[in-house]
Design a protein around this ligand. Structure first.
Ligand code: ADP
Length: 510
């Protein structure tokens, strides 16, 4: 039997066991107690009483101290071993008051001397049962408190775990503005060292006026009226890292401010994307304006007959307008290609491609241009060479772009050489020229949209500045990469690395 008090409802009938060898006492007690609404069992000796107590639990036991066989004290001992919380009342004659005292020392709750009236019995018994009920309630309260404490502890650790796992930074301060909770994301965002120390003002951990002001405002009577206050906060001296901080007062049910919480999100990348996008839009507008303005100029001149009546002059102007319109079309086409690549809309085939075939076709397309500038184009490909994997049209466009640049940024009589090599994973195709080369400071920027090297030699060479950016994006969309080596005045080598074809690529067509 458990040591705790049975968790029975006090509304249930309380159970009483009367153990007395005197039949009259047993019957008298049964009658009185039943009329009071108790459930009563009787036993005429210690052994029978003990057996009944073992069978089912009782709230109270009345024990006659003077019984033949197992005496009352011995029974009390056994009964209390079974259930230490049971209320035991001993019934005793005048002659055995000392034994009654002894019984109480051994855990009996009270004693009642014989003979007793029903009222006397009920007075002692009710006191005993009341004590038991109070003990029972107290025990329940203690258990409830323990359970609540455990719940609070569990909730606290759950909250810590959840806050700890959040990708957004979290800072919590109490109403005095002292830091009481933070998570690792907040430490990383604010460039703080890992610390376990809490309870100091926020300024002890980080000196950031904007963050401090935001939290102070959230704590203030004025600011705590808002559901949330949001502000961008620059971190560090260069201001490159920007956090979006959402702060709010933490309030208890009655509306009193207990502290404030700030949730931090790193928006540096979004700001950078935004900047690049608007820069791109303004560059596009700028690039479109020049040829459009020129075309408009030619048309205006023709319309105003400012060029006189000479049909040849008119034809030349129309020819120039057409050339500008053509370069405008090139630009728009390049822009469309860029946006398609970025949106991932170019449907790619995954097919085995022989370097020889791709390169020969691309060189063939530029044959006339090479001949016009008297530039020799050599292609060096070993007899047996592994295929690469990719989209034929895409990779042909890449090679044409690189070859066209090698011819465009080259002097008459120059030289272009195309070579291939392969390692375990990639097929590398290099386009080498001995042309103008690229100034070292410009090399890192040549893959940027609209970037063009500007120097005396290239002054009259037209272009959009989008070719190499398209090349790079295309190569990367094939899981490849591009490298460049260049020396001003000596020449450049562009090398693209495209994954090798493997037989199981055919099962992953996409
Ligand atoms: P575009 O040729 O339309 O200007 P690209 O993106 O193809 O644009 O090239 C960017 C810049 O890189 C060019 O303006 C050119 O100055 C330089 N460049 C590209 N390829 C070569 C090359 N093979 N040799 C020298 N300069 C090159």
């Amino acid at each position: 039997m458990s040591n705790s008090i049975p968790t029975q409802s006090t509304k249930e009938k309380e159970r009483i066991l009367v153990v007395d060898d005197e039949r009259g006492i047993r019957q008298g007690c049964r009658r009185i107690l039943q009329s009071e609404g108790f459930e009563v069992e009787t036993a005429e000796n210690g052994n029978e009483g003990l057996a009944k107590a073992k069978e089912s639990p009782y709230d109270l036991i009345l024990i006659d101290l003077m019984m033949p066989g197992m005496g009352g004290l011995e029974l009390l001992h056994h009964i209390r071993e079974l259930d230490p919380e049971i209320i035991a009342l001993v019934i005793t004659g005048y002659a055995t008051v000392e034994t009654a005292v002894e019984a109480m020392k051994q855990g009996a709750y009270d004693y009642i001397p014989k003979p007793f009236t029903p009222d006397q019995l009920m007075a002692v018994l009710n006191r005993g049962l009341e004590t038991r009920r109070l003990r029972f309630e107290r025990q329940q309260l203690l258990e409830e408190r323990d359970r609540k404490l455990l719940e609070v502890a569990n909730e606290k650790s759950q909250t810590r775990t959840i806050v700890g796992c959040m990708a957004d930074g979290v800072l919590v301060v109490n109403r005095e503005g002292q830091l009481v909770l933070w998570n690792p994301a907040a430490l990383a965002q604010l460039n703080l060292k890992n610390t376990t120390e809490t309870g100091k003002p926020l300024s002890h951990y980080i000196q950031n006026d904007d963050l401090q002001k935001l939290i102070d405002y959230a704590l203030s009577p004025e600011g705590s009226g808002y559901t949330m206050i949001s502000q961008e906060i620059a971190i560090g001296h260069d201001g490159k890292k920007v956090l979006m901080a959402d702060a709010a007062a933490v309030k208890e049910d009655m509306g009193e401010t207990l502290g404030a919480v700030a949730v931090l999100r790193d928006i540096s990348e979004l700001i950078e994307i935004d900047r690049v996008k608007s820069q791109f839009v303004s560059m596009v507008a700028h690039e479109l304006r020049t040829p459009l303005a020129a075309i408009e100029g030619y048309i205006d001149t023709c319309l105003a007959c400012a060029a006189g009546d000479d049909p040849e002059t008119h034809r030349k102007m129309q020819q120039r307008a057409k050339e500008r319109a053509h370069s405008l079309l090139d630009l728009v086409n390049d822009l469309l290609t860029v946006s398609k690549i970025e949106a991932g809309k170019i449907a790619k085939k995954k097919e085995p491609l022989a370097a020889r075939e791709l390169i020969t076709r691309s060189v063939e397309l530029l044959k006339e241009e090479a001949a016009r500038k008297k530039i020799s184009v050599d292609v060096k490909i070993p007899e047996r060479f592994p295929d690469m994997v990719g989209d034929r049209n895409d990779l042909e466009r890449v090679l044409i772009n690189l070859l066209a640049n090698a011819l465009k940024y080259n002097s008459e009589g120059g030289r272009v050489t195309v070579t291939v090599s392969a390692d375990d994973d990639f097929v590398a195709t290099s386009v080498e020229d001995n042309g103008f080369g690229i100034p070292p400071e410009d090399v890192p920027r040549i893959f940027d949209e609209f970037f063009r090297v500007e120097d005396e030699k290239r002054r009259y060479i037209t272009g959009t500045g989008l070719g190499l950016s398209i090349v790079k994006k295309t190569v990367e969309s094939h899981f490849g990469r591009i490298e460049v080596k260049s020396e001003l005045g000596k020449g450049s080598t562009f090398t693209i690395f495209i994954p090798k074809w493997r037989p199981d690529d055919s099962t992953k067509r996409g």
